[in-house]
Design a protein around this ligand. Sequence first.
Ligand code: KIV
Length: 268
Amino acid sequence: MSVPVKTRRTTVPQIRARKGKEPIVSLTSYHAHTAAIVDRYADFILVGDSLGMVMHGMESTIGVTLDMMITHGAAVVRGTQKALVVVDLPFGTYEESPAVAFRNAARVMKETGCGAVKLEGGARMAETIRFLNERGIPVMAHIGLTPQSSHVMGGFKTQGRDQADWAVHEADAVAVTEAGAFALVLEGMVEPLAAKISKQIEIPTIGIGASAECDGQILVLEDMLGLNPTPPRFVKVYGDLGSGIERAVKSYAQDVKSRAFPSDKNTY
Ligand code: KIV
């Protein structure tokens, strides 16, 4: 029996096949209306656990729950038609065992309709990545600066400044590739290491504060739109939404106070 397919999204194998080809465009989104705009240009959209800070004013991603990811993931899937939607597994929902990871990742896939999940960690997560992939859950891996481990790392620090550490990051990249990850986020990593890893492995690398030599790039949408007053230094800010919103809210407040609010258009 076949069912009519409503949308044709970019697939996991299509992202995987972009290795060494046209750079992969991706951004985060947590919200249906902004995701609908991003959808016109992005190959994949990440519902990142950075939503803890951006949407909920948290200090880190540690407090983000599976329910929060599911709520925002479902909103982004509903708002989009074309891009692959990838949803982050938040801290504490996958590290314990492959079985726990499967249970939580399956819930994310069922309740959001997303096409893949992302998790943080290299060699230590290889067994879990293999377990999920063999059971129908495509995994994007994430190494380098992994914010969920910021307490262990002692903060948000660029990785690979000491060349003696490179071998560990390279081994992580190879381990997740061999375990079946379809793409790998390299976050906060010195440029030559990210470029080296991008050449070494067979899956696309997606850089954020890493290297232009990665197979694609990702940014947190609100950072590049100018909504974050203190974006990370590596972020190129393409928009001016913070001051745009402020101007609009100020004009609205002035209209309300001066009773200049239009009343001749009270129809929906
Ligand atoms: O949560 C997030 O937004 C991310 C990106 C920074 C890659 O993981």
